[in-house]
Design a binder for this molecule. Structure first.
Ligand code: ZN
Length: 399
């Protein structure tokens, strides 16, 4: 059973039990004969089960009273509608709740929040924003949820200043104390987003050569998240445009040390920074060090290109073969094939060897039901336990 189906059934049980609760708590004088009432509840449930959302919504609005006991049922049904894409129905249910002044204030703000979620789903962001602003100002309980939604709205509208203002409200004041406590995972996510918002602001400033303002934004970006590669790459660009190649290289160095997997993104700026020095030997030296530390194909190929230019094709091809043997990648294969004609025999042998190695590493069979892949043909999928769903993989890496 899929988790979506389980979730749906759980919500359905919640709705049904709330529904019956509402039935029993209903004031006696408003009841007709119990049989009539019971039949209208079953009618509503039937609408729900038969996916007639509009009819179910009208039955709930007209037949189920609004009070503190039945509120969870109304909310569960509204959320169920929204999750099934029936946003109009969800909005009607939540608006119906707001028109009842009998609910306590904190519950009304909960309904505000749900209605704002409906508006977001319907793309009515202005309306959602107004509701969420109210919740932020008035409700301590739902403030943090409302701030998160507001931040997402501003982010989707690329309103970076507003996104920054809201995101900062989600961080505890201790961030600006001298000894900040370790941030929680949620706070880290907010800081990571803040760091990217400042990068978003820096990029157009950089494009329009407002280097001073761009630097300020990037300093904030690095302050919020010292692991944000993008902030370091942009800062290195700024340093180069300020004619400070050494500063750019220091920034790039810290990317390579913290996140070597991004080495290929570092290379173009690295090249630009060294162009400022005009020292080929120093460049090759630095490239070789990064190529070894980060095991980056992009750096290895660049090393070979500089070697070929400086010392001739022989030393470059020896270096390239050696690297390709140690760690075959498609880009290295392609670089090996670019070597001069005289080396062609050796290249073909190496390509064959690398292809064999790639063939051994890649899976040959995949389950069409769950995506499980492996080297052997199983008639019963060991992952999803379905018969006859595994077949040979076709295409560029398959049969
Ligand atoms: Zn499977």
């Amino acid at each position: 059973m899929s988790t979506e189906l389980i979730q749906f059934l759980l919500i359905l049980v919640a709705v049904a039990s709330g529904w019956l609760l509402g039935f029993w708590y209903r004031p006696k004088k408003r009841r007709g004969s119990p049989d009539d009432n019971a039949s209208s509840y079953y009618k509503g449930l039937n609408y729900l089960l038969s996916e007639q959302a509009g009819a179910a919504v009208m039955t709930v609005i007209n037949e189920l009273p609004v009070n503190i006991e039945t509120l969870p049922t109304h909310l569960a049904l509204g959320n169920l509608m929204r999750s099934k894409g029936e946003v109009d129905g969800a909005i009607r249910i939540h608006q119906n709740l707001l028109s009842r002044p009998s609910l306590p204030k904190d519950k009304l703000y909960q309904v505000h929040l749900e209605l704002a979620r409906d508006y977001i789903s319907a793309g009515l962001l202005d309306r959602a924003e107004r509701l969420l602003r109210d919740v932020v100002d008035e409700s301590a309980i739902y403030r943090s949820d409302a701030l998160e939604h507001l931040q997402n709205i501003y982010q989707s509208e690329k309103e970076w200043d507003q996104a920054i203002a809201v995101a900062r409200l989600r961080l505890p004041p201790r961030r600006w104390l001298k000894k900040p406590a370790t941030p929680t995972a949620a706070e880290k996510a907010v800081e990571c987003a803040l760091s990217h918002y400042h990068c978003e602001k820096a990029q157009p400033l950089l494009n329009s050569h407002d280097i001073k303002s761009a630097s300020k934004e990037l300093q904030m970006a690095r302050g919020y998240d010292s692991d944000n590669v993008r902030a370091y790459l942009l800062s290195a660009d700024v340093a180069i445009s300020q004619n400070k190649p050494q500063q750019a290289l220091d920034l790039l160095q810290s990317v390579i040390e913290r996140q070597p997997v991004f080495a290929c993104e570092v290379l173009p700026i690295f090249r630009k920074a060294f162009a400022g020095f005009g020292n080929q030997a120093a460049y090759l030296d630095a490239l070789l060090r990064v190529a070894e530390k980060a095991t980056s194909t992009a750096f290895i190929v660049e090393c070979a290109a500089v070697m070929a230019e400086r010392d001739g094709a022989n030393s470059a091809s020896a270096y390239l073969y050696d690297a390709a043997m140690q760690r075959p990648t498609l880009a290295l294969l392609s670089a090996v094939l670019d070597l001069p004609e005289g080396e062609r025999g050796r290249s073909v042998a190496l390509v064959r060897q690398l292809l064999d190695q790639l063939n051994v590493e890649k899976p040959a069979y995949r389950c069409r039901h769950c995506g499980f892949s492996g080297q052997k043909l199983h008639w019963l999928c060991p992952s999803c336990e379905q018969w006859g769903t595994i077949a040979p993989i076709r295409g560029i890496q398959g049969d």
